[in-house]
Structure formats: C-alpha cells, structure tokens
Design a binder for this molecule. Structure first.
Ligand code: AMP
Ligand code: MG
Length: 408
C-alpha cells in the first residue's frame, strides 16, 4: 500500500492546466480567467442619480422645508439639456444623468408634490453630493480589474459585462469521458437476470464530474470485453481531455480495464492506504494525435462508495487543476463527533460518511450515516461530509475530527 499523499501528488503532477481559449462572455461563468482584464470604460459612465426624486441645488434646500419650481423630468436612459437654476428642481429617476446645475438628489420620500407637479416641497435639507453617483465610482477606466486565475463567478461576469468585455481568454471546462464497466450491469430498465445489478456509478460520476465544473461525455456501460473497451477508450482519448472509468481495476480475473489500460496506456496501479477505495489506477492514454499528446485516465474502483471516495480524493482535485482552479479541494472543518466514530488500526485512513450540522455552539457536529460498506451507496447518499479517521481507534464522542464537506 502507498500513502494517499503519494497517489495524490502523482496524479496532480500529471494533470496540467488546459490551454486558454478565447471565450464569449455568455460562456465565461464558472471558468478561470487566463488573462488580466483592464477596464476600458468608466462605470458608471456618467454622473447620475442614486434615487428617484428631484435633482436640486443643495444650497437651495439648506433651509428646508422649501418649495422649488419643477422645470423638467429625466428618466433612466434619457437626458436633459435643461439646467437646474436657483430655486428650481428637475424630477429625476434612479440612474438618470444629473442635469447641469444640480449637485444633489432629494429622494421622493422626502418631498411633496404641489400644484399638479409644477412645484415640489423639499422636506429636508441636503448636502451637496448626496444621492449622486459619480462617473467611475464603481470602476475607473484603465484599472486592472481581474488577474489571471480569477474564478469567473456570476458577479465577476456581471462586472465584465459592465465594462463591455465581450470575450476573454479563459481555461475551458475539461471535457471528461465517463464510462462504467462490467457484464453484470444493466442500465436500460430491463428486468434483472440472475447475477445482474443496476448500474449506478456512471450516473453518479457524471453528476460529480459536472459539479466539479467539467463537461461530461457519457461513454456508456462497456462489457467486460477487451476489444470493446479498447475501442471506447481510444475514442474517448481522441475526443476528450480526461477519462473516468469505474470498475475493473482490482485483483479479479475479469478486471478488463486493468488488462486493456496496461496494454494501451502508461498506467500506475495503486493500492492506497485508505478505506474505502484502496484500488485506484491512474495513467496517461495517448490521444493518437500527431503531437504525441496524452490525456489522464482515472480508473476508479467499481464498488459505488469506493468510486465516490476515489473520485473525491483524486479525480476531482485533478480535474479542477486542469480547469485552472487554485482551490482544488473541498473545504474542510474541524468538526465534533456527536457520537463515537470507532475503527480498528489497520494502517489506513478511513473516510467515514457522516451527516453533519452546525449546532448552537457554532460547531459542525457529525454522526455516521450508518451502513459504511463500500456497496452501501444509499447510506452514503445521505452524507454531507467525509470524516477523516486517521489510523488508530477512531474518535470518541465529543472529540475533534476533520470533516471534508461535500455539501452543507
Ligand atoms: P469491480 O471493481 O469491477 O470488480 O466491481 C466491484 C463491485 O462493484 C462489484 O460488486 C460490481 O458489481 C460493482 N460495480 C462495478 N461497477 C458498477 C457500477 N457501474 N454500478 C454499480 N455497481 C458496480
Ligand atoms: Mg467489474
């Protein structure tokens, strides 16, 4: 058995960031920026009102309440040539350009409409500059807004739109082929024949890969047949950036993934000091292109819970690294064991599936989901976190335990 850290380092060392692609704004959210973005425009582009109300000369309202003559109106998207003179006001909407002469906006709630709208009573005195948004108040043209490596969140994409960035270089979503293997697997809804089971891993892995920020390509359930598997793997290598397989990587006689990948890829077959998910394979599979390139292959174990844990510990960080993310790992918390999390020493780190919740003490309290067998996906599906039990006897009730948070 090798330490988990060795497997992780090996995998990460062989998964490089994909080449940046010039990407339209509408497709940037969720990607990692690969170039600096400098604002080409001021935001807002002109001085405007922060409120619906009246644009005034603050000096006129110094001795409020006062009455002013309403000499015009300006809506968002419009503008006015009319200047606000002494004793005058212009009715103004949020976002509309401040008329010349005015230096403050009085919100409509502090005013009273008089004489059918021809006059207005200003109820409160106001300082110059109040409720006025200056040009460039949010973004000044020429400012470096974002550095390479920035994750384009919806808000970042909004800022890009606000300064008219129509496209930018970003790391593309890795295109990940997902397939499962096994003669026993049924995924078309037909009645189970003796020895058959329903396929579950591919459905789960497609979701996990997508949630990690990748595009998925479903390569189906592949029979335990070397020729068939080789055809599928070569097609995946030709068209995708990575392959995730499940099943066939352990010590069984029909572990065809092992047989085929050993032959056509440069693989490392690992037994990792963790439970579940001890068997794991990783390697590089030639794309077949003239440049001699290759793509990473993650050979996850077939037991559904092992598949999930293996994906979380090795494939997910690697795929996120390929997508350009610096934060490649799930967040961890120092949690409290709400009940004992026991185990026996066996030289392995145990990843125990736990439910978790924040309690009144502000801490995250975790409890085993129950069934911890590597085939018991239903119990695992109720988990919010993986409790990390280092080799030893586990953690007593009330003790601290590291929790890898899968979902809050
Ligand atoms: P293997 O790694 O292929 O030896 O499979 C280990 C265990 O996981 C066996 O019980 C398989 O039937 C089961 N298994 C493998 N692949 C899947 C899958 N895609 N969905 C559900 N169970 C699977
Ligand atoms: Mg199998």
């Amino acid at each position: 058995m090798i330490p988990e850290s060795e497997a992780r380092e090996h995998v990460l060392a062989h998964c490089s960031v994909l080449s940046p692609v010039r990407t339209p704004l509408a497709e940037l959210t969720g990607l990692v920026l690969a170039e600096p973005v400098v604002a080409g425009e001021d935001v807002p582009p002109f001085v405007n009102s922060a409120v619906d109300g009246y644009a005034v000369r603050a000096a006129d309202a110094a001795d409020a309440p006062v009455e002013l003559v309403v000499v015009g109106e300006v809506a968002a998207g419009a503008s006015t040539e009319r200047e606000v003179g002494p004793g005058e006001a212009i009715r103004i909407m949020t976002g509309a350009p401040m008329p010349a002469g005015a230096d403050a906006s009085v919100m409509v709630e502090d005013t009273e409409r008089l004489d059918g709208g021809n006059r207005v009573r200003i109820g409160r005195s106001i300082e110059p500059g109040v409720a006025v948004r200056l040009a460039g108040d949010d973004v000044r043209a020429g400012t470096e807004l974002f550095v390479p490596g920035t994750v384009i969140t919806p808000a970042v994409a909004g800022v890009l739109a606000s300064v008219n960035v129509r496209r930018a270089f970003a790391i593309p979503r890795p295109r990940v082929a997902v397939l499962s293997t096994g003669d026993e697997l049924v995924d078309d809804g037909s009645p189970l024949q003796p020895g058959q089971i329903r396929e579950s891993n591919k459905t789960m892995l497609i979701g996990l890969v997508a949630a990690a920020g990748c595009d998925t390509v479903d390569f189906g359930v592949v029979r335990d047949d070397e020729a068939a598997l080789e055809t599928v793997l070569r097609e995946a290598a030709r068209t995708c950036d990575a392959v995730v397989t499940s099943g066939g990587v352990s010590m069984g006689d029909y572990d065809v993934v092992k047989a085929v990948l050993s032959r056509i890829a440069e693989m490392r077959w690992m037994q990792i000091a963790i439970k579940p998910a001890k068997p794991f394979a990783f390697g590089l599979l030639a794309t077949g292109a003239a440049d001699g390139g290759s793509i990473p292959v993650f050979g996850l174990p077939g037991n559904p819970v092992s598949s999930l844990v293996s994906f979380e510990l090795f494939a997910r960080p690697a795929l996120r690294q390929m997508a350009g993310h610096k934060a490649i790992d799930r967040p961890t918390l120092v949690a409290v064991a709400a009940a004992p999390l026991s185990r026996r020493p066996d030289g392995k780190t145990h990843y125990v599936r736990v439910r978790g919740e924040f309690a009144g003490d502000g801490r995250y309290h975790v409890t085993s989901v129950g069934g911890q067998g590597s085939h018991q996906l239903a119990a695992t599906a109720t988990a919010q976190a993986l409790a990390v039990l280092l080799d030893g006897d586990g953690v007593a009730a009330g003790g601290d335990v590291t929790a890898i948070v899968l979902s809050l």
